[in-house]
Design a protein around this ligand. Sequence first.
Ligand code: PMP
Length: 412
Amino acid sequence: MTSQPSIVRLASVSDVSENKPLRLARRVSRMSASAVREILKVTEQPEIISFAGGLPAPELFPVEALAEAHKEVFASEGRSALQYSTSEGWKPLREWVARRSRSRGLRADADNVLITSGSQQGIDLVAKIFLEAGDSVVVENPCYLAALQSFSGYEARLVGVESDDEGMRVEQVERALVESDPKLIYIVSEFSNPKGTSLSHERRARLVELSRRYRVPIVEDDPYSELRYRGEPCAPIASLDGEGLVIYLSTFSKTLSPGMRVGWMVASKELIQTLVIAKQATDLHTSTIQQRAVAKLLETFDYDGHISELNRVYGARCRAMLESLESRFPSGTRWTHPEGGLFLWVELPEVVRGEALLEAALRRKVAFVPGAPFFASDPRHNFIRLNFSNQSPEMIEEGVKRLALTIEEQAS
Ligand code: PMP
């Protein structure tokens, strides 16, 4: 056969289909660009005081220790570090995660651990192995936006349960379990994104009880619990589970660096095996070099000392924001009082809409994220999310002052 006929055929195919849209999967219609990422394009300009992103402070990245760890990995195990590796993840790192998890009350050894490319991948892999189109997922309302994006991408139905200052109102979960027969309950247990609130111990215990009774797994997303500035730590939901019903996710993104993309999940061995297969199809494995560099760093670096330093600096920034809000924000506004994490959540007078407020605030060179996109259902527009980790106390004071003026203007 000569190549001539196929050239002719290709030309005619392209003629016929010139104006025909490509047939994307139906699920694409459920995918929307993250409102936060879109806003960040505008707000992360240098002259703007931004409370918008969820960015850890770059001046606190352990740059030298990470550079040294990479150097050592290249010098002593460079060829293996540049090679493909197992989907489960680098064994010494899985062992470190298992030890750390045990110290927080989880029953885990290395076979219960899967290293992921950030905890975001953990969310996506769980969604991938559990959700058929039309399945329900119970979430806190409001909820972490990129989890909503992931579940929607698998065409799930989001069932929002209201929350208050102690997190998800677990007394409403039973009704959601009965009415919508969900496949999963997703929750950020400590210092949630967007609210900064934590689920109380009583609610954690009750949630585990419900998960057992209805055999619905809990996805406990816990990227922030190491960042505690005051108050007493609370045992993870996963530590209350003896039946393999909690899938626990965490990450080095907030303690070392988000750009490294190293996170983990802890789950029953059976689930981990299935998740490993799902991960193979997604990215084969998390970067070999980054995993080994993190493991190398953890051999000698004072990780807990580093976290104490993060907590000292972020704690001061959190206090600065709370004090500025207290002294500047007009009456009719209220906000959460986080004991850790990166965010707090402000309720504005009913007449003020977060989106319009952002437009006006940008003219004063201050930014935040409007709250509506975080709602899984019944979006409310008079809420905003403020991040406090990425500005100095002085800039926080100045930014809150500008924001207070803008709110007063919009409310009048
Ligand atoms: N879960 C929550 C609640 C988050 O806020 C974030 C980061 N914004 C993630 C997961 C994803 O983190 P990672 O960088 O580990 O993928």
